[in-house]
Design a protein around this ligand. Structure first.
Ligand SMILES: *Cc1c(COP(=O)(O)O)cnc(C)c1O
Length: 231
């Protein structure tokens, strides 16, 4: 089942790239393995995938400890400051930085461990109350502040679009995230390179690719439904 799913996702990613006149290599597929056992991650790994996303620190750390060391783990879920210590050094990219306080906590831990941490700023493009993330208006100011942190590198922006029936409804949010990244890039802040756009999930990754996504986060499309989605 996993191989068939992966082939289907790969086919759709390629088709979306073709429609948008983009190269397949411009889009990184992150296999979102949250709630699924390490054995399933290993299966997907054996099919060639090396980039996995988790939304909980503990689960990321548990899987990281037992799965192959060449896996690139991405922390894609909301991050609490008291969990920063565990994830710094394990995740190659933290997608969910949404406050100065969180950025400060990551900077402090990175300094302590003497490493640099790549991060994305999470933006709540649709203004959903149920979601974490900065407002688009808050982003430029946080970029300026975090740019001065020696152990953090802002690499781009991330958004979680609303859960909609028709993915076309999310096109505007993806287009707006891209515009925001273009505006930030134009300011040429030192130490900041906003080339990554992490946007698009199972339901809407094709639209996201058409609007410029460079990372898509696909869980259900690869691993199938999560238990808590069914119960
Ligand atoms: C769970 C999750 C995904 C993947 O969702 P699917 O709809 O299963 O593809 C993507 N991004 C984040 C932040 C998630 O928590």
């Amino acid at each position: 089942m996993l191989e068939k799913n992966l082939l289907e996702v790969e086919k759709r990613v390629q088709a979306a790239c073709d429609r948008a006149g983009r190269k397949r290599e411009e889009v990184t597929l992150i296999a979102v393995s949250k709630t699924h056992p390490a054995s399933m991650v290993q299966e997907v790994y054996d099919l060639g995938i090396r980039t996995f996303g988790e939304n909980k620190v503990q689960e990321l750390c548990e899987k990281e400890a037992i799965l192959p060391k060449d896996i690139r783990w991405h922390m894609i879920g909301h991050l609490q400051r008291n969990k920063v210590k565990q994830v710094v050094g394990k995740a190659c990219l933290i997608h969910s930085v949404d406050s100065l306080r969180l950025a400060e906590a990551i900077e402090a831990e990175a300094a302590k461990k003497d490493l640099t941490v790549d991060i994305l700023l999470e933006v709540n493009m649709a203004g959903e109350e149920s979601k974490f993330g900065l407002t688009p208006e808050e982003v430029p100011d946080l970029v300026d502040k975090v740019a001065a942190f020696p152990h953090l590198h802002i690499k781009g922006l991330m958004t979680i679009a609303p859960n909609v029936e028709n993915p076309e409804e999310n096109r505007v949010h993806f287009a707006n995230l891209r515009k925001l990244s273009v505006d930030i890039a134009a300011k040429k802040v030192n130490n900041v390179n906003v080339s990554i756009l992490s946007m698009g999930m199972t339901n809407d990754y094709e639209v996201a690719i058409e609007e410029g996504a460079t990372m898509i986060r696909v869980g259900t499309g690869i691993f199938g439904k999560r238990d808590y989605d069914i119960t």
